[in-house]
Ligand binder design. Structure first.
Ligand SMILES: [Zn+2]
Length: 794
């Protein structure tokens, strides 16, 4: 409700005087008080007098002289007269009904009659539609009309758009005139402004109510209700095309969000009778009627008008809700019950989910040195006037009085004055109103009130559903990781708030993702706030990226995440995401089957190794023998006597790497081989003779080996013998030799012992590339071990 306060109520100086300036109730003469108001306020035509004021229990009846209506009456004027008189009776806190009479008849009966069509006809015009994407259906089938305060309207006389007034938010430690301040409608006649050089920021009632209604709309629609609006709520709707609709002269661009119901409904194709009541002439009067008419037109089940309040020189606080059914008395019970449900819903929600915990934090006294009193005077709930010494959000209760928006509605209708936007002296309302968390909290309370009116259980305020969660399930140690989780909001809007802290109006957040488990071992942050720009209504989802670092030790590490309202009135809520992160910090296990760390006789060495990795598998397995690549399963010949090194390297799928080193020794075998024989060639034979001995305690074998390939005419004579090995029934011999009398060649010989010349074999390799691998056809080869020195290798 907008109220024009043009005159200082308090001419006295200091703030301390203000604190005790409440007139004692006994001294207030209601009639004198109202006479003063009627004389001062422009809503009352000059000459209007207060003929009588009768107070009885909750009811006040104010009789005005016929001058009040002598020049005709419009809805806006009737509303303002009502508001002024109700405010003038505010000292009598027990008053719940104010009826204004002129000549014994209610004031509203002097208004031009409604020319809207019959109710039955109106209600057939808009059928309920099923909700498109409701989260729940407790309000399915319910049609609810929402009316956010005033909007700008066209003044035919001044040929200008008129905006509902702004109001001051309270003192800031600056000097000068506030930016944008016009001084046209409100005089901050207070010592703060005049004596202390403070200046004020300012807010518009309309800006606040549009925000709150956005939340309200979301809550109702997410519960299945069909919502009907009489104002544009979106910031992004663009500018109103005033030229097109015949209002050419405007001094400033007019966002669609700012225009009053009348223009919004016209632009949206609603029948003319709704927004252009022919019996009224002023646009502002037509506009007031347009809101209830539209609710009638769509056949709404409920009509809700949302306003913020202003009177009492900036000292009044709290929520009050109006109903009025003098025109449609059959709605009395339901309207009163609905107004009470709406009022209680808002008050309870503010008290239980916003009040106090924020209030105390929010209102740190910025100017103690300038005489601004400390808590509890400066902060939320002082009692400068003895209104009962409330210590919580002020419940001003449910009241009834003629107001056009509720009077003309043909269904239960309530007009809620959520808080006082002009409460710049005692603060909480004005600053709370600017806090988006307060807006969302109030709206949720009103949604709960709507549910309770219908006897429906509202859905839980704090609720979230786990939509998706992703976390790396197998990782290496000390890895920078990212988990991702998506929650859907199923309750009141998740958003940032703004509050006054140490004199600065600063953003804060309460809606966060909280890490229940995973902070210590996975280095997860304690919590992650939603983004400052986030406004996550019911049904909206939010994805959080959670940075993690895997620990250095292998193991299973739990991560648990949930949503939280991080304040005294909130806490963790909704579904939980939980997962286990497996950290594999271990390289594959390498095993070398052959060779063992032992002593092998000179001969052929089998290489055999493998690796295993339980969690991430073996990605890479390589080996070198004395520096040269070697594979598992390979048979390596001719490893000379001495120490040899096999190095096996393995890496798992996560890059954990290790090497395993195996050293072993090749030795000459003490023993001998002697004899001779032949093998078949393509045309002729190959013949050989051998007599070699490895004497224990010596370093190299002695003896002789000769060989002839008769097909090729190749003759070999051993020169110096270098290695001799016995393994099973095979003797291996290597050394230098002459080939066809040419010195400096090398050979390697394996002779397998047969029995009586059969079953034996000769394998000879020369550095010339010559190879022979053939069974023995005749002759005799004898092997003899001279010691058990090599037996360990068997
Ligand atoms: Zn208002």
């Amino acid at each position: 409700m907008k109220t024009r306060i043009r005159q200082a109520m308090y001419g006295l100086g200091g703030l301390s005087v203000l604190l005790v300036a409440a007139p004692a109730l006994a001294q207030v003469d209601p009639q004198r008080n109202l006479e003063r108001i009627v004389a001062e306020r422009s809503a009352f035509p000059s000459g209007t007098r207060v003929l009588s004021v009768q107070l009885q229990d909750e009811r006040a009846v104010v009789e005005l002289s016929p001058d009040a209506v002598a020049q005709g009456l419009g809805d806006e004027q009737a509303d303002e007269m009502t508001r002024e008189l109700v405010a003038g009776l505010d000292f009598f806190s027990e008053i719940r009904e104010v009826e204004i009479l002129v000549d014994g008849k209610p004031l509203w009966t002097y208004l031009p009659a409604s020319s809207e069509p019959p109710a039955a006809q109106a209600r057939s015009l808009a059928a309920a539609q099923p909700p498109v994407d409701a989260l729940s259906l407790e309000l399915q089938g319910k049609k609810i009309a929402l009316h956010p305060s005033h909007g700008s309207y066209w003044n035919n006389t001044t040929r200008r758009w008129v905006r509902a007034q702004r109001t001051l938010t309270g003192p800031n430690a600056k000097t000068g005139i506030p930016a944008g301040w016009t001084g046209s409608t409100y005089t901050p006649s207070d010592e703060y402004f005049w004596n202390r050089g403070f200046q004020w920021g300012s807010i518009y009632e309309d800006d606040i109510t549009v925000h709150v209604m956005r939340f309200m709309k979301e809550y109702l629609e997410s519960s299945g209700a069909q919502v009907f609006l009489t104002r544009e709520l979106s910031d992004d709707a663009g500018l109103y095309d005033h030229d097109h609709f015949g209002y050419p002269n405007t001094a400033f661009p007019l966002p669609k969000k700012q225009v009053a119901a009348k223009y919004y409904l016209e632009e949206n194709g609603v029948p003319r009778w709704v927004w252009d009541e022919p019996s009224l002439s002023a646009q502002s009067d037509k506009d007031i009627r347009a809101r209830p008419y539209y609710a009638n037109y769509v056949g709404a089940d409920l009509s809700i008008s949302l306003h913020t309040n202003a009177f009492g020189e900036g000292a009044a606080r709290g929520t009050e809700t109006y109903w009025y059914t003098a025109k449609y008395p059959h709605l009395q019970e339901s309207s009163k019950r609905f107004a009470a449900a709406l009022n209680d819903g808002a008050v309870k929600s503010i008290r239980e989910y916003f009040d106090d915990s924020y209030g105390r934090q929010a209102y740190v006294n910025p100017y103690p040195a300038l005489g601004v009193p400390e808590w509890p005077y400066y902060a939320p709930y002082p009692s400068p006037f003895d209104y009962g010494g409330y210590s919580r959000w002020n419940d001003r209760g449910v009241k009834t009085s003629n107001l056009g928006e509720i009077r003309e509605a043909q269904m239960p209708a309530a007009l809620i004055e959520l808080a006082f936007h002009d409460s710049w002296k005692w603060y909480p309302d004005n600053l709370f109103l600017q806090d988006p968390i307060f807006q969302a909290t109030s709206a949720w309370g009103m949604y709960e009130g709507v549910c309770r009116y219908f006897g429906i259980t509202p859905k839980p305020r704090l609720a979230s559903k786990l939509v998706a969660g992703k976390v790396p399930t197998l990782v290496g140690p000390n890895q920078v990781l990212n988990a991702s989780v998506t929650f859907q909001n199923e309750g009141m809007t998740w958003n940032w708030g703004h509050r006054q802290v140490n004199g600065v109006y600063a953003p804060y957040t309460v809606w966060q993702l909280r890490v229940l488990e995973g902070q210590t071992e996975l280095s997860a942050p304690e919590s992650i706030s939603i983004d400052e720009a986030d406004i996550l209504h019911p049904g909206d989802t939010k994805t959080f990226d959670v940075p993690l670092v895997s620990p250095s030790a292998s193991g299973l590490y739990p991560l648990r995440l949930t949503m939280t309202k991080a304040d005294a009135r909130g806490g963790d809520f909704g579904e939980e995401f939980s997962a286990l992160v497996r950290v594999d910090a271990d390289a594959p296990a390498i095993s070398v089957l052959s060779p063992q760390p032992e002593v092998y006789p000179y001969g052929t060495q089998r290489i055999e190794f493998s690796a295993e990795d339980v969690w991430s598998g073996v990605a890479e397995l390589t080996a070198t023998l004395d520096g040269a690549p070697v594979s598992s399963g390979e048979e390596v010949s001719g490893l000379m006597p001495g120490e040899h090194t096999l190095v096996v390297s393995a890496k798992d799928g996560l890059g954990n790497a290790t090497t395993f080193t195996r050293t072993f020794t090749v030795v000459n075998s003490p023993g001998m081989v002697m004899g001779g024989g032949w093998a078949k060639l393509a045309r002729k034979k190959a013949t050989f003779g051998v007599g070699v001995m490895m004497i224990p305690g010596t370093f190299q074998p002695v003896g002789h080996f000769t060989f002839q390939d008769h097909d090729l005419g190749l003759t070999l004579h051993s020169a110096q013998l270098q290695a001799f090995g016995l393994s099973g029934n095979t003797a291996t011999l290597s050394g230098t030799c002459t080939v066809n009398h040419e010195p400096g060649h090398r050979f390697r010989l394996e002779l397998t012992e047969g029995s009586t010349g059969k079953g034996g074999a000769i394998r000879l390799v020369l550095d010339t590339g010559y190879r022979l691998d053939a069974p023995l056809e005749g002759g005799n080869v004898t092997l003899l071990s001279l010691e058990g020195a090599y037996s360990a290798a068997r």
